[in-house]
Design a protein around this ligand. Sequence first.
Ligand code: SF4
Length: 370
Amino acid sequence: MSNFKDLFETYNWDETLASIYSKTEDDVLRALSIEKRSLEDFKALISPAAMPFLEEMAQLSSQLTKKRFGNTMQMYAPMYLSNECQNICTYCGFSMTNKIPRRTLTDSEIIREAEFLKAKGYDHILLVTGEANQTVGVSYLNNAIKLIRNMFANISIEVQPLKQNEYELLSENGLYAVLVYQETYHRDEYKKHHPKGKKSNFDFRLDTPDRLGKAGVHKIGLGALFGLEDWRADSFFTALHLKYLQKTYWKTKYSISFPRLRPFSGGLEPKVAMEDADLVQLICAYRLMDEDLELSISTREQKIFRDNIVNLGITSMSAESKTNPGGYVVEPQSLEQFEISDERTTEEITAMLKEKGLEVVWKDWETFSL
Ligand code: SF4
């Protein structure tokens, strides 16, 4: 296979869904009893048949996570640089047709926001923008990375999909990781939720992790936006994507995130609900399939859920996040991309983690030394 799309085209959504829902208790017991788990085992673990075994899955997941990562939790903070966007996405407050004031941070504003997060203790920063080539294209991102690279050990981005040579350029200047979620692997539903703009090109987005792998970016973050389509099928395709990438770009590190639809200005109701127990099941299934995988949870999730999940497989989390450009100090009142659920401060989150026996890790990687 020369790219994931070729592999993806050999699968059918409905057949995949039927296959997941046809898994039996025996399939689940088999998946629980072995050490090396395949994608078929992953299907069994995310199937409804695995729900009665959730406690067992959670215990196994917790043990495997402790064995590989110790009692640690990596902290990161998102830093929104711009809410300008030329796409229409039905689930996002920054969507082009939403009548909100648009804002892109200047150099000095970027530094002010970065200084705030640095003072809080953060060393891993995730830069986020909408997709607006004129204002927040590759040169803006390159400049932003250069502005703050001396302040942080690790800089990631969650921005529009770029070309391979653009990722290479950003990597040379200090980029560590790129998060790019397919949102949904259901081609027709994807089209409905992305009717206009560059993001409406399903294949270009699907091909992005391949371009990242070829560009040699250190870490690739995958995920689907839960609520758009059946979470089980979308998770299977995410896992398929992950397995393909791990085999093809074996030097790269990978992470999985679990965004669920959140309310925002003019918001969309989830088509398919994903309950808390479903999300626990999914997180444990990923851990049982892959002991080394970074699993990340954001402040989209509620306090009680986050408190309960930190010992079950999650290895990285954000705290005190703002989802608006300049949200920390420059312009706290600007409109958010979505509402966060867990509004506790960084200090409150780190205290909770310590109470649960976890060591808070601010930095685990130095991208470059100057
Ligand atoms: S999800 Fe991203 S691309 Fe879509 S409207 Fe929001 S910021 Fe723009």
